[in-house]
Design a protein around this ligand. Sequence first.
Ligand SMILES: [Fe+2]
Ligand SMILES: [Fe+2]
Length: 183
Amino acid sequence: MNSKIPIIKMAKNHFVDLYNKSGDPNPYIEHVSGVEKIVGKILKDFPEADKNILFIAVWLHDIGSFLGERDVHEINSEKESRRFLADQGLDDDSIEKVAHCVRAHRCGNVKPATIEAKILAVADSAEHLVAGPYINMMHKYGKEFVIGKLERDFRDIGLLPNIKNDFTRLYEAWKNLLEIIPE
Ligand SMILES: [Fe+2]
Ligand SMILES: [Fe+2]
């Protein structure tokens, strides 16, 4: 492999390609582009974080959504990331680092253990607060579910307490809105 930069582009192309083929109606490209933007902002506070690992993980973290059940997409995303990155000739250490970010992004049974994984998990949740999929989700899943989702998003942003402060007003605004909006 000559450079790590093309691999970020390759990861993006792979994600966009699978998304387009999937026919999934959800705005994943907007979501991941939004996550990428927020990661770029958070990185200014964490110069020690590995940017290449992070931006590769940004583009692969939700790819498993097009490869099986949405409920376990982090597992399928990890599997596909390992396969794809080995295919691209990325070194084993970097593959492990990306795979951990991808696997831990939902803060489920695998929690983010590295600064890169924490930044991705925070940016993923923060993007929900910025883009606000809550209203649409409410029509589908009900108010209780979306308020729970909002709470989990804000809780996970707390992995980086300083960043959480930046999103407190937005969280409070969504919470007020979701509470008063008719179901
Ligand atoms: Fe996800
Ligand atoms: Fe995501």
